[in-house]
Design a protein around this ligand. Structure first.
Ligand SMILES: *Cc1c(COP(=O)(O)O)cnc(C)c1O
Length: 390
C-alpha cells in the first residue's frame, strides 16, 4: 500500500517502551537529534518543525504559517494531492488558483512560467506542488519548477509536499530553492502514521513574521521556544519520536544514495512487470511519459475489467493489500507501492500475487513477473548486491 507503508521490526521494537520523562533527560536529546537528522534528509540548513499529526496537519501548518487571509496561492496539480492541499488553503481563507496538468501528467513548467510572468502585480504569494503524487504516481521535476519561477522573476514562496518522495527520491531543499517542504512519517520514512514535518527556509520565516493565518497549534514561532514541550506544542508523542529515531538510524546507516538506488531498481522492476502484463492489451500505465513515473508508487489502469476482484483476491487469498484507484475516472485501476521498507523479496511477492490474481480471474496479461525478474537480475549485475536487500 502507498501509505501507511511497512514498518520494520526494529522500529516497532524501538516504540515498545514505558512512558518516559518528557521534561528532561534522554527524550530531549532524541527530539534534537531527530530534528538534526531530518535536516540531513531534507538537505537543508533551515529549521525543521515536528507535529503530532498526519500529513494533512503539516499541510495546514505550512499554509497557515506563511500566508494571510485573502492572499493567493497557485496550486500545480498533477493528480489528487496538490488539489487536496489547495482545498485546505481555501478553507483557511486563501484564494486558490489551480493549474491542472491532468491525471497522469507532470506539471508543465512552460505554463508555470507563463502564468507567473502574467502576474505583474505579484498577487501570487505561494506555489503549492507535490513531488510525488501518490494517486496518479506522477513525479514532478522540482528543480525545473524552480527554474520556471526564477525565469519569470517571480517572488512567490515555493511549497513542496515530499510526503511520498522523502527518502525514496532525491530531494534538495536548499539546493533547489524550496521554501517549505512538507513531510510525514508513514511513507518513505517507514514509520507508523502520526508525525509530520515542515522544513523551512529563511525566506519562509520572513513571510511567517507577517502572516495572519498563524494559529496556536501550528505556530512555528511558539515551537522555537526553549522548553521541550514547546517543540510539540504540548505533550510529545513519545513513542512515535522513538520510532522516528530508529527509522532515521536505519535510513542513514543504509545511506540516502543507496536508499534512492534501491527505490530506483525496485521501481524499474515494477515498470518492467507492468509493461510485460500490458502486452495483452488490458493493463496500462496511468503515467504515459516514462520520465514522469515515480520511484515510490505505480498506478495502473485496467481496460474492461473491474479491479475490485483482483484487489480482493490479493488481500483475502494472498495477504497483500494493494492501493485503491483514487481517480474519478470511469476506468478503474489500482496502485502498486514500492516505497519505504521494501526489498526485492517483498516486491517479487507482490508482483507474483498480482499475476496470480490475473491468472485466477482470467484477466489477459503478458509475462510481467518474468520481466521484473530479468530487470532485477540485470541491474544487480551492475551494482552492489546490497541494493535491494533492506
Ligand atoms: C499520504 C499523502 C498525503 C496525506 O497524508 P496523510 O498523512 O494521509 O494526511 C499528502 N500528500 C501526499 C503526496 C501523500 O502521499
Amino acid at each position: 500500500m502507498p501509505g501507511p507503508t511497512n514498518v520494520p521490526m526494529e522500529v516497532l521494537r524501538a516504540m515498545n517502551r514505558p512512558s518516559t520523562d518528557v521534561y528532561a533527560g534522554e527524550l530531549v536529546g532524541v527530539t534534537d537529534s531527530c530534528i538534526d537528522d531530518l535536516k540531513r534528509v531534507f538537505r537543508t540548513s533551515g529549521s525543521v518543525y515536528l507535529f503530532a499529526a498526519n500529513g494533512h496537519g503539516a499541510w495546514e501548518a505550512a499554509i497557515s504559517n506563511v500566508l494571510s487571509r485573502g492572499e493567493k496561492a497557485l496550486v500545480l496539480s498533477s493528480g489528487i494531492f496538490a488539489r487536496g492541499w489547495g482545498e485546505m488553503g481555501r478553507k483557511l481563507g486563501v484564494e486558490i488558483e489551480i493549474l491542472d496538468a491532468g491525471w497522469g501528467c507532470a506539471v508543465d513548467t512552460r505554463l508555470v512560467e507563463e502564468r507567473l510572468q502574467a502576474d505583474r502585480s505579484g498577487a501570487i504569494k505561494a506555489i503549492l506542488v507535490v513531488q510525488v503524487d501518490t494517486g496518479s504516481s506522477v513525479v514532478n521535476d522540482i528543480p525545473a519548477i524552480r527554474r520556471a519561477i526564477d525565469a519569470a522573476q517571480h517572488d512567490a514562496l515555493l511549497l513542496v509536499d515530499t510526503i511520498a518522495s522523502l527518502a525514496t527520491t532525491p530531494f534538495e531543499m536548499d539546493g533547489w530553492g524550496v521554501d517549505v517542504a512538507v513531510g510525514a512519517s508513514q511513507k518513505g520514512l517507514m514509520m507508523s502514521p502520526g508525525l509530520s514535518f515542515n522544513a523551512v527556509s529563511d525566506k519562509a520565516h520572513a513571510a511567517h513574521a507577517t502572516a495572519n493565518l498563524v494559529t496556536g497549534y501550528w505556530d512555528w514561532t511558539f515551537r522555537r521556544g526553549a522548553q521541550h514541550y514547546m517543540k510539540y506544542c504540548g505533550t510529545p508523542p513519545v513513542h512515535l519520536v522513538y520510532g522516528l529515531r530508529k527509522s532515521l538510524d536505519i535510513l542513514l546507516a543504509e545511506g540516502l544514495e543507496a536508499v534512492f538506488a534501491r527505490h530506483a531498481t525496485l521501481a524499474n522492476a515494477v515498470r518492467q512487470a507492468v509493461a510485460g502484463w500490458a502486452a495483452a492489451g488490458v493493463m496500462d500505465f496511468n503515467v504515459q511519459e516514462p520520465s514522469q513515473r515515480s520511484n515510490s508508487v505505480t498506478t495502473v489502469t485496467l481496460k474492461g475489467f473491474d479491479p475490485q476482484p483482483l484487489l480482493e483476491f490479493a488481500r483475502a487469498k494472498c495477504g497483500i493489500i494493494l492501493g485503491l484507484d483514487l481517480s474519478d475516472r470511469a476506468e478503474r485501476g489500482f496502485r502498486i507501492a514500492h516505497m519505504g521498507h521494501v526489498n526485492a523479496a517483498m516486491l517479487l511477492a507482490t508482483l507474483g500475487v498480482i499475476e496470480t490474481a490475473m491468472t485466477f480471474l482470467d484477466i489477459p496479461h503478458g509475462a510481467g513477473t518474468r520481466a521484473a525478474i530479468l530487470s532485477l537480475a540485470s541491474e544487480l549485475k551492475t551494482s552492489e548486491v546490497q541494493r535491494c536487500a533492506r
